[in-house]
Unconditional design. Structure first.
Lengths: 315, 287
């Protein structure tokens, strides 16, 4: 049994590396295509998209390999000696996978036990089923898929924020963003599942404080200037889209400028992007030279991944 | 019995050199022919080339490990770098493309302009022309709708797909007759440039070399109510105003034209009149 945890041989490593390389190519090609898109030209986001596609490509190819191995007993007999191949690899994959998942979840103790228990139950079931039908090699590949799928969402969890969060520059959940210069533009994209109905729309951006000053927020929706937004005492900025502008639209691209730059004029942004229809790429800003995905916390002088807080509803 | 390798080592080396060399040359050409207007910010193109180079290296490594034939290796290497090379080539090939907003018939003005009328101002269609009447004390103007470029058009130069690309060239062409009621009538107003017609010609306000708005008058005799062709254009470095092909003014680039308005945006008693538009076009081109 101890021998099962011995280091993999050179040929095994070489084979594993050779097997993973094509998925690296897939990821890097996707990253290049991502960079070519006019709306999303952030190198680190392109690379992140490439990594996701590489992982997806690997999962699909491994799943196909396992499916073929599972089908083989039906299609024909196994090759001699194949049944025992990969037993040590299976144990290594499961063991190392459990350690990695546990390490990734250390910051969320509440999830740690639950995830490891779930991981163990799924892995044992999958490996036992696959091993009985297609041998240790197929079982090891199935286990590696389970490890990746179990590890992937671990970074998506954040500790639960307090129910009432104040908007502060150094708050990791909610902060405010403004227009540091006259050329600055805030942009938010809303993607709809169905065309907007035969009625107008109301767009509200949540302000972080009361604003009484000379600056106005100028709205442009789908390349159409709609003039200054209405300000409420609470600081919220509202623009109403006439029915002829909103009707039939499947996407609203909202661009906000200011008539003059005023540091006191601010809108709320937040880290949680699950509520945005376009996800983490929904919000962006133009700094006078180029567009950046996410938001900019000008109080801290640094970009912050997240979205502007806004509401879209019928008139 | 030993298995015979798929490709002899010498052939494999030749394949790696050929496939890697050709693809690398493609990437070098992309870097050497970089243009901000075509490719956007340099950091983005550099990242794309780096990704392509990494994909190429991985493809060659995989080819060596698997000992794949030269042709297959060449195809794999080409695929690895193709997004960067092909997108750059497609954008460069379309460097003459433009994004245009044109008034196609007066009755379809709604597709070209947003109309703002206040007070006694009116917009009428008369004999196939768009007539904007903005008497003194009222504002009446047309705001040009910005051209919409589909986000997925990766074959267009980046400068045309970004709404605020400073390296773009912009042209506003207007054929119109102006009947002034008073001293001034606003023909074209952009974010930083104001073109007004006066009794002696044209009064133009635009940023000087230091960015300070500065008024300039040009003598250009005009018949009240007679039609002329105007062209306001800007490109990185320079802006010009022409009437019937004759340059009336040129100055430093004021930056993006931004919101473009035609007609009276002022209510003071010095302004007011009628604008009769025969033709209008706004073009955004590679600078």
């Amino acid at each position: 049994m101890i021998g099962a945890f011995s280091l993999p041989g050179r040929a095994e490593v070489r084979s594993a590396v050779a097997g993973a390389l094509p998925h690296g190519i897939v990821g890097l090609v996707v990253a290049q295509l991502h960079l070519a898109l006019p709306s999303s030209a952030e190198p680190h986001l392109a690379l992140a998209a490439g990594v996701k596609w590489a992982v997806l490509s690997w999962i699909v190819s491994e799943a196909l390999a396992v499916a073929i191995m599972l089908a083989r007993p039906v299609l024909g007999p196994k090759r001699p000696g194949e049944a025992d191949a990969g037993r040590g690899t299976l144990l290594r994959i499961v063991g190392v996978g459990a350690i990695i998942i546990a390490a990734a979840l250390l910051r969320s103790p509440g999830r740690l036990v639950l995830n490891l228990l779930g991981f163990a139950m799924v892995t044992v079931t999958v490996c036992w089923t696959v091993q009985r039908r297609a041998g240790w090699g197929a079982s090891a590949r199935a286990a590696s898929i389970v490890v990746v799928l179990a590890f992937f969402p671990t970074h998506l969890d954040y500790p639960t924020p307090p129910l009432k969060v104040r908007v502060l520059p150094d708050n990791p959940f909610n902060w405010s963003t403004g227009w540091p210069s006259g050329e600055w533009v805030l942009r938010h994209r809303v993607e709809l599942d169905a065309p907007w109905p035969e009625k107008g729309a109301s767009i509200t951006f949540i302000g972080d404080r009361e604003y009484i000053g000379p600056a106005a927020i100028l709205a442009r929706v789908n390349e159409r200037d709609l003039g200054p937004m209405r300000r409420e005492v609470s600081g919220h900025a509202i623009i109403e889209l006439p029915a002829d502008v909103a009707r039939g639209q499947r996407m609203f691209v909202i661009e906000l400028r200011t008539s003059i730059s005023d540091p006191a004029l601010r809108l709320t942004a937040q880290r949680w992007t699950g509520g945005a229809t376009a996800g983490s790429g929904a919000s962006s800003y133009f700094d006078g030279e180029r567009w950046h995905t996410g938001t900019f916390n000008d109080a801290l002088g640094s970009p912050k991944p997240g979205v502007y807080v806004m509401l879209l509803g019928p008139l | 019995m030993t298995a015979r390798p798929l490709v002899e080592p010498l052939h494999l080396l030749r394949g790696v050199l050929v496939a890697g060399g050709v693809s690398s040359v493609g990437l070098v050409i992309v870097l050497l022919t970089y243009s901000r207007a075509i490719d956007g910010p340099y950091e983005e193109l550099r990242a794309s080339v780096l990704f392509a180079a990494a994909a190429l290296a991985i493809a060659l490594l995989w080819g060596i490990i698997r000992k794949i034939p030269t042709l297959a290796l060449a195809i794999l290497a080409a695929i690895s770098v193709s997004p960067t090379v092909l997108v750059h080539a497609a954008r460069a090939a379309n460097r003459g493309a433009s994004v245009v907003v044109r008034l196609d018939g007066a009755s379809s003005y709604g597709a070209t302009f947003d109309v703002a009328l206040q007070g006694a101002s009116r917009l009428e269609l008369d004999d196939g022309q768009l007539v904007l009447k903005a008497p003194s004390g009222s504002t009446g103007f047309l705001t040009v709708r910005r051209p919409v470029v589909p986000m997925h058009r990766i074959n267009l130069p980046r400068v045309l797909t970004l709404p605020d690309a400073i390296s773009a060239r912009e042209e506003v062409t207007l054929t119109a007759a102006v009947s002034r009621e008073n001293a001034y009538f606003i023909l074209i107003e952009t974010e930083r440039v104001l073109v007004q017609l006066t009794s002696w010609g044209v009064h133009l306000t635009a940023p000087d070399g230091r960015g300070t708005p500065t008024g300039t008058s040009r003598s250009a005799p005009m018949q009240n109510g007679e039609s002329y062709s105007w062209q306001l254009s800007r490109a990185p470095g320079r802006a010009t105003l022409m009437r019937d092909g004759v340059e009336l003014w040129s100055g430093p680039d004021p930056g993006q034209l931004g919101t473009i308005r035609l007609g009276e945006t002022r209510t003071d008693i010095e302004h007011g009149g009628t604008l009769r538009i025969r033709a209008f076009a706004y073009s955004k081109l590679v600078g």
